[in-house]
Every structure is written in C-alpha cells, then in structure tokens.
Design a protein. Structure first.
Length: 104
C-alpha cells in the first residue's frame, strides 16, 4: 500500500498493475500472520485475503517476481499452496464464510 492509500484503492491498483485486470467487487476473507525464511533472511508479513470478482481475467503477471495461477476449488485443495495456514484458512472459509485470523 502507498502512504495514505485506502485498502480498496490499493487492491484495485495492485490488481491492475500486477495482472492488468479491473476489480469489479470484493469481500474480505481474513488475515494470515506469516513468519518465514527466504534465502537466509527472516521475513514477517501480513497477508490480507479477499474474494474478488475481476474483469479481464488472465494469469500473465506483469512483474517478474510474482506468478499467478487460477485454480478450481478441487485443484486448490490438491496443490501445494504457501503459506500452509493460508491454504487451510481459505478451504475452511469456502465452507463457512467466516472471517479468519491465523498465524504460521
């Protein structure tokens, strides 16, 4: 997010910049507090998860360091998704639609 930017504005901007899609509507799913190591460096992030309806769906990333893949619910459940806490919380959310806050 940019300083002073509202969350809904940041979500619209990021989807446009990274995927070239337009956000039609969205709803908040939950938050994952994730601590991990990458190339020997410690990282701590908060992942804000949203259900989003977009226009112009495709999976071609406009940024070299990010990949996007669209999966069916069945494929999402079968594939390796990281962080694991996000995958588990999302699968639970798909059943109960209750906002989550999980840590990994």
């Amino acid at each position: 997010m940019e300083f002073g930017e509202r969350l809904n504005e940041a979500l619209k901007r990021e989807l446009k910049e990274e995927l070239g899609v337009s956000l039609q509507k969205f709803s908040f799913m939950g938050v994952v507090d994730n601590i991990f190591m990458d190339d020997g460096e410690k990282h701590h992030e908060f992942i804000l998860a949203f259900r989003a309806k977009v226009k112009g769906v495709h999976s071609d990333s406009r940024e070299d360091h990010i990949d996007f893949t669209f999966l069916s619910k069945k494929d999402f459940a079968k594939n390796k998704i990281y962080p694991i806490a996000l995958k588990k919380a999302t699968l639970k959310w798909l059943k109960d639609k209750k906002i989550f806050w999980v840590s990994q």
